[in-house]
Design a protein around this ligand. Structure first.
Ligand code: KIV
Length: 287
């Protein structure tokens, strides 16, 4: 696989995504939540880094994304932004950060941009249009997010594939077009049938980025911890693990623990020495 490492590539811009859409070049997006995950993703040459509210599930131990706050998102975004990735940096608007008022939404999203994000992502269809218009008016680029939107876990009755019924599929098609007309630069399509996602994609001009939405999208996103197998237990159907990260890291840690207990770590390779002339001080000193 060829990729351009972060040091040798120019920063990805919003217009570039549109160009890639026209050229048929797939967009690669993953999540990052801190400096290490951002540096790994960027060094691998991904196009877009999303500081997702999935931080709640994969890093903070919440069962849903609903408890994730702006303070948490800002904390994680700042850590990612400090690494100055070449990838386009998008920050996810958490639950209640874009629901209360236009003023509140602008302050939250604007704060993301001031912390280094180039765009924000928010979940929901037509009913989010007033907030999307206000954000775009304030020069804040918006990535939409339709389908299985995790912040809607309660009304959806669980994490279920969306758009399987005719009227739901049509609503999603219509929502996608409304978000494009409003000016969203891209859409995440999550947890919908592959043929529906392909139809949405071929009828839109902006790129779609799929997760559990089949191969017909303009790009793909997977959560960092999912694709690198960092979480114990089984993965959902739409995830492919490219490394069994949990096992690799656990095994490394277990070998280190064994070395410590057996007195094999550290040895001279990991130790500092006192200059020869200073050594007598140790034996001459008594408590
Ligand atoms: O928060 C997140 O990680 C996301 C992606 C799954 C798109 O919204």
């Amino acid at each position: 696989m060829s990729h351009q490492p972060a040091e040798s590539r120019a920063r990805v811009t919003l217009p570039q995504l549109q160009t890639w859409r026209l050229e048929g070049r797939k967009v690669v997006m993953t999540t990052a939540y801190d400096a290490v995950t951002a540096q790994i993703a960027d060094a691998a040459g991904v196009d877009v880094i999303l500081v997702g509210d999935s931080v709640g599930n994969v890093c903070l131990g919440f069962e849903t994304t609903l408890p994730v706050s702006m303070a948490m998102m800002n904390h994680h975004l700042e850590a990612v932004a400090r690494t100055r990735p070449a990838a386009l940096l998008v920050a996810d608007m958490p639950y209640l950060s874009f629901h209360l008022s236009v003023e509140d939404t602008l302050r939250n999203a604007g704060g993301f941009l001031q912390r280094g994000a180039q765009a924000v992502k928010l979940e929901g269809g037509a009913k989010r249009l007033p907030m999307i218009h206000a954000l775009l008016d304030a020069e804040i680029p918006v990535m939409g997010h339709l389908g299985l939107t995790p912040q809607s876990v309660n009304p959806m009755g669980g994490y279920k594939v969306q758009g399987r019924q005719a009227e739901d599929a049509v609503r999603l098609l219509e929502d996608a077009h409304k978000l494009q007309e409003a000016g969203c630069f891209s859409l995440v399509l999550e947890g919908i049938p592959a043929d529906l996602a392909a139809r949405i994609t071929e009828t839109l001009e902006i790129p779609t980025i799929g997760i559990g939405a089949g191969p017909g999208c303009s790009g793909q996103v997977l959560v960092f911890h999912d694709l690198l197998g960092l979480l114990p237990g089984s993965s959902p159907k739409f995830v492919r693990r490219y490394v069994d990260g949990f096992q690799v890291l656990r095994d490394g840690m277990a070998v280190w623990a064994e070395d410590v207990r057996a007195g094999g770590f550290p040895d001279s390779r990991e130790s500092y020495t006192l200059p020869e002339a200073v050594r007598p001080v140790l034996t001459q000193w008594h408590p």
